[in-house]
Design a protein around this ligand. Structure first.
Ligand SMILES: Nc1ncnc2c1ncn2[C@@H]1O[C@H](COP(=O)(O)OP(=O)(O)OP(=O)(O)O)[C@@H](O)[C@H]1O
Ligand SMILES: [Mg+2]
Length: 658
């Protein structure tokens, strides 16, 4: 007779049906089932511990033989005091040693965590992977037993500070309904020899213990590079030796603060790796220890082993198979290239999630998320404003956007309002972007010079790189800058063309050219501009093959310039330096020519700046548009000189005729 088909297990069903963005139902998943059975077991244990003694006490009472459990026995303190003192010292020492070797974690129960996955916004790709990991974690038994898979053990969160690594890990624990053991890499470090490794062992032991008691646990090691740095002799990337056929293409950064770094050599943490006896090794070992038996299982296994040692081979009792501890260990770092390659191999932190700065759509979503909680005027609900905000905050991390709104709220309070408006947000962006303005009393000449210089930058951008978005033009001192032009890409871009790079150099040159045209001299003002222009030019020459040479200076190995970035390598080479010089000189010539023919634009912007000190966004282009429409002022005709010239001409003619 044909057997009826077994209905598919609900967990498998829900794992398959959960898809990309839904988290499995906790109660029906393996973790929930295990937690419920553990809860019942704990209740039974409690009932036994309380019930048996109570039963005995009631029995004595009913038997008319009650006894006082609080009665203190009669003790001869003179005799016992020295012994007690000794015991106190020994216990104190043991407690101290246990204390310094304890696990340094902080435990959060899921109910204590107020962050859910809905609060993780603007990083959809990462979120989808996170949901997959949670579902595999919740249905770990099904995945292993019925599908034969190896559940994920380690996740590595890598990304810039403030991109949401800790935030996402907390949300994962809350969604998974399991405890969250937070620990920072530095808290493992100890001044006592061997205590660092002991703390790591204690942390993993706690993870295993809680995983058995609660059905699962999520561990989170913040800044793992503090303990997981490359060991000596392992200073190569984790992918070395693997045949690579992937060509990585990327964009070039062009801002001086972030120019492309030379091939970074991994950071080695000598103190941690060597002198404390292999902390990394301990971490590696512990990452393999999730299946070690605990408590009674351990005792049972040792009993079976002892028995087997006495029995002949054909009578051996099978060793118990320890249950699997359901642990998901997440480690966060700002630099995964500084980690020991062994930590990143499959079975350890094999799945790396990159937390990048959010794109425009992500920032737009973050604006909505943060503004929902912060008091604001209706104008900030207008979709156009939010789009503009998302557009001008390219490169901002989520925490920067959050901080910006907090700063805007501070501005609102300063205005005497309890809600922020658009102007508060703009002001906050200005403060965060370029610092707090420190008005200083410039001399008239200096103010004119600075205004001309800044107007030169903006006019150059207007004329020669119209695709740049002019954001702020200011002659208010901020940080080290006496004045500044803030300009950005008009769209979110990830690569730059040769024309874009040339445009950046030209804008930087505009200030110096304007000084030369209007004052016939140059000041120290353009020092920062030249640094910027040199950086961009060096990248064009040495990294992007934009100036005739296709040699990448990033490939230089074993030279004296090896330890510098690409700019250092290019400038250290005679040919490279000449190419940079030629490029800069040529662009300066082009900019000077353009500004000479449009002096009225520079003058108009200069005058507007001297009057208003700061122009924002459209205010800059409005001044330039108006000046362009008005055209250059009529040339001043020197009537006296013309008269003299006419006289001289007449004199010459009379001489010729006589
Ligand atoms: N994707 C996001 N959605 C909503 N809020 C976010 C997001 N990312 C970050 N935040 C906010 O930014 C704050 C800081 O983020 P978090 O502490 O997770 O950064 P991190 O990546 O761990 O930084 P670090 O590398 O310095 O530890 C969070 O408390 C949260 O308020
Ligand atoms: Mg963090």
């Amino acid at each position: 007779m044909e057997r009826p088909a077994t209905p598919a297990k609900p967990v498998v069903n829900s794992l398959l049906a959960a898809g990309e963005d839904a988290v499995l139902s906790f109660e029906r998943a393996d973790v929930g089932v295990k937690r419920e059975s553990q809860r019942r077991r704990r209740l039974w244990r409690l009932a036994t511990y309380v019930g048996l003694p109570s039963f005995y006490l009631w029995y004595r009472i009913l038997d008319h033989r009650p006894f006082n459990i609080f009665a203190v026995p009669n003790i001869n303190w003179v005799m016992w005091a020295p012994l007690l003192f000794l015991v106190v010292i020994v216990v104190g020492y043991v407690v101290f040693m246990l204390y310094v070797r304890r696990s340094p974690h902080t435990l959060y129960r899921p109910e204590q965590i107020d962050v859910r996955l809905d609060d993780v916004v603007g990083i959809d790709a990462v979120k989808a992977e996170v949901v997959r990991s949670i579902n595999l974690f919740l249905a770990h038994k099904t995945f292993a037993a019925e599908m034969g898979g190896q559940p994920r053990r380690g996740l590595l969160f890598e990304g810039l500070p403030g991109t949401g690594k800790t935030h996402t890990a907390k949300a994962m624990a809350a969604e998974a309904g399991v405890p969250f053991l937070f620990v920072s890499g530095t808290s493992f470090q100890s001044m006592f020899y061997g205590a660092t490794a002991s703390k790591i062992r204690a942390y993993f032991k706690t993870l295993r213990k809680i995983a058995f008691a609660e059905g699962g646990v999520i561990g989170f090691i913040e800044e793992i590079d503090a303990i997981g740095g490359v060991r000596h002799g392992m200073g190569m990337s984790s992918l070395d030796g693997v045949a690579q056929s992937v060509t990585c293409c990327g964009s070039l950064e062009s801002l001086p603060a972030s120019y492309l770094q030379a091939a970074a050599s991994p950071v080695t943490n000598n103190y941690i790796s060597d002198s404390t006896g292999g902390v990394v090794n301990e971490l590696l070992v512990q990452m393999q220890s999730f299946d070690e038996p605990m408590g009674f299982m351990r005792f049972y296994a040792s009993m079976v082993n002892a028995l087997n040692s006495l029995l002949p081979v054909h009578w051996q009792v099978p060793s118990p198979k320890p249950p699997r501890a359901n642990i998901l260990l997440i480690a966060a770092t700002n630099r995964s290239d500084s980690l020991d390659p062994a930590l990143l191999r499959p079975g350890r932190f094999d799945r790396a999630l990159n937390f990048n700065v959010p794109d425009q759509a992500g920032r737009r979503a973050l604006v909505g998320h943060f503004l929902a909680k912060k008091a604001h005027h209706d104008e900030l609900d207008e979709p156009e404003r939010r789009d503009i905000f998302a557009g001008v905050t390219q490169g901002y991390t989520p925490v920067m956007i959050e901080q910006l709104f907090d700063e805007a709220l501070v501005n609102a309070v300063r205005r005497g309002d309890n809600k922020m408006n658009w102007k508060d947000v703009e002001g906050a962006r200005l403060t965060l972007h370029i610092g707090i303005g420190q008005p200083v009393g410039y001399t008239d000449h200096e103010k004119r010079l600075i205004a001309t210089h800044e107007a030169g930058h903006a006019t150059t951008a207007y004329l020669m790189a119209p695709e740049r978005r002019l954001e702020i033009l200011s002659i208010i001192k901020r940080r080290d800058a006496l004045g500044m032009l803030v300009h950005g890409d008009s769209e979110e871009i990830y690569t730059r063309s040769r024309k874009d790079m040339i445009g950046l150099i030209q804008i930087a040159m505009g200030g110096q050219c304007a000084e030369e045209i209007f004052f016939g001299d140059v000041s120290t003002g353009p020092a920062g501009d030249l640094l910027y222009a040199t950086n961009v030019a060096a990248q064009m020459v040495g990294a992007a093959g934009m100036t005739g040479t296709l040699v990448s200076y990033a490939a230089i190995q074993g030279s004296t310039f090896n330890n510098t970035n690409i700019v250092g390598r290019v400038l250290g080479d005679h040919d490279g330096r000449n190419k940079v010089e030629e490029l800069l000189q040529a662009q300066k010539l082009a900019v000077k020519g353009a500004l000479e023919g449009n002096q009225h634009l520079v003058a108009a912007l200069r005058d507007a700046l001297m009057e208003r000190n700061e122009l924002v966004g459209k205010e800059i282009t409005a001044v330039l548009d108006a000046a362009r429409d008005a055209g250059p002022p009529p040339a001043v005709i020197d009537l006296v000189a013309a008269e003299r010239e006419r006289d001289r001409q007449q004199e010459r003619e009379s001489v010729v005729t006589t």
